[in-house]
Design a binder for this molecule. Structure first.
Ligand SMILES: [Fe+2]
Length: 212
């Protein structure tokens, strides 16, 4: 397995956070990046920083979304409370689209609306939303893992992220690659390589479901 050329770290951020919290987190991110770039010299991949944005406020401004988007792109990695009903999730996601940004929806497998109606993911994709599943979900158990595997198997995923939180979280492993490719042949390299690269190149993603 080849190493990624770019790793994007996405610490959590709530839209309801104050400017003071934003500024203090930004300072810590810069400290993290300077440390990460020391490691980069040895490991030959670069580290960038974005945010994973909790949609806790009704209408985010374009100015706010611009500050929270993935670096150099109009993609914004978003999440919402796990139990939020579908209609409110849809309205919040549409509010991001309305401001001219591209939402990349984190871990749909954790949301109650997706567990009961995974086909809703393709409706989001029709609107221009990217779908990102976590390797942590695939390596877990229960309904989260089951939903994540159903999405992978049915071609309803654009990006497979790690959800690594600390050193040693080796979630994107060769074992996982074999498992993913066994249910969706060729999908692993697409979801961890070409599709994330399209996001970071600020490209539109294909509509779902797609077949490899
Ligand atoms: Fe999250």
């Amino acid at each position: 397995m080849t190493r990624p050329a770019v790793v994007v770290a996405t610490p959590h951020f709530r839209l309801s956070n104050s400017v003071r919290v934003f500024n203090s987190q930004s300072k810590r991110i810069l400290e993290f990046l300077s440390y990460a770039n020391i490691l980069r010299a040895e490991d030959e991949f670069s580290v960038l920083a974005g945010r994973e944005v909790m949609l806790a406020r009704w209408k985010p401004s374009a100015h706010t979304l611009d500050a929270l988007s993935l670096p150099g792109t109009s993609w914004v990695l978003i999440e919402h409370p796990f139990g939020m009903p579908w209609i409110f999730a849809l309205l919040r996601i549409r509010a991001v689209l309305k401001q001219g940004f591209r939402p990349l929806l984190a871990h749909p497998e954790r949301y109650s609306w997706c567990r009961t109606h995974p086909e809703r993911v393709s409706r989001l994709s029709e609107l221009g939303v990217g779908i990102q599943v976590c390797a942590r979900s695939l390596t877990g158990t229960g309904v989260t893992a089951e939903t994540a595997w159903r999405l992978i198997e049915s071609g309803m995923v654009h990006v497979l992220s790690s959800d690594a939180h600390q050193p040693g979280d080796n979630l994107l492993s060769i074992e996982l690659k074999h498992e993913v490719d066994s249910v969706a042949p060729g999908a692993y390299n697409l979801l961890t390589g070409k599709m994330p690269e399209m996001v970071m190149n600020n490209c539109e993603l294909p509509k779902l479901p797609f077949t490899v």
